[in-house]
Write a protein that binds this ligand. Sequence first.
Ligand code: ADP
Ligand code: MG
Length: 319
Amino acid sequence: MSEFDLIRRHFTRPTPNTILSVGDDAALLQVNAGMELAVSTDMLVGGTHFYLDTDPRQLGHKTLAVNLSDMAAMGAQPRWATLSLSLPQAHDDWLKAFSEGFFALADEHGVELIGGDTTRGPLNLCVTIMGEVPQGKALRRTGAQVGDDIWVSGILGEAALGLAELQERVALPEGARQSCLAALQKPQPRVALGLALRGLAHSSIDISDGLLADLKHILDSSNMAAEVRYDRLPKSAYFESSDEGMDMLEQDCVLSGGEDYELCFTAPLAHREEIAALVDQLHLPLARIGKIVSGQGCKLRAANGSVIQLAREGYDHFA
Ligand code: ADP
Ligand code: MG
């Protein structure tokens, strides 16, 4: 199969919202009046970000999902994507499954694939995503203010627990096993939440590297500090709900487990009820986990108010 057959067969679909799409030297896009273009790129490297034998359909989903998550964090409506592939060989079955996974999620979000690049080489998947956000309304990392509530969507640590299961570091009961593997392999980007948070949230980020690391980006960018209640963190039912017995695995998964692709955002008290109402509207849990204070770093507290010292070194710089 030639490169052009491959592109035509697997990566060329109708793109009614694009002036010029796959097939020319460049695509042509029309941004709606009053909108800014939000652009973001994420690359997945085989053997580094995923196992080389990962199911290609799931990989197609995830390649786009991690990029949609960045649009969600900005409060942008995703519209277009390019896909650059480096492939060791062109297996038709693999490409078919990969593109089906990719387009199934793209269709869910009204995203059009408008171009890319295809070369031979080690397996490497790179998407650039473009979305629209009304002028001045994007959710940035820099906007957190003293007194803001800190919120997170969904459940933390399930993807990390799913990875631990794949690596046979844990043996999860069947129910938890399924939801944790789904969290790892088929993350659901919180695009609808990001859109709903325009005008409500002061700052936002998607959690790709773990809650503490990503919240720290908001704190550093906003020049703020945080008080977070460990007992309020939404965690897998697999873990004990008490903050006693907080073992290494729980701490690892919930505080620094990567790949959750949930949103962490801050918002003023005045919007607390409107945000809480989104739980029913979006069928998505939202937990109020702490507040923004002045200063530096993040303090983690138990339900009784005592400060939790993190056992793991490497969190020290953050205490
Ligand atoms: P060029 O020689 O100008 O770089 P290519 O031969 O690389 O063009 O690509 C031909 C067309 O196919 C271009 O419009 C490009 O955007 C598109 N394309 C290439 N690879 C992909 C892909 N994996 N997915 C979608 N479109 C692609
Ligand atoms: Mg090219």
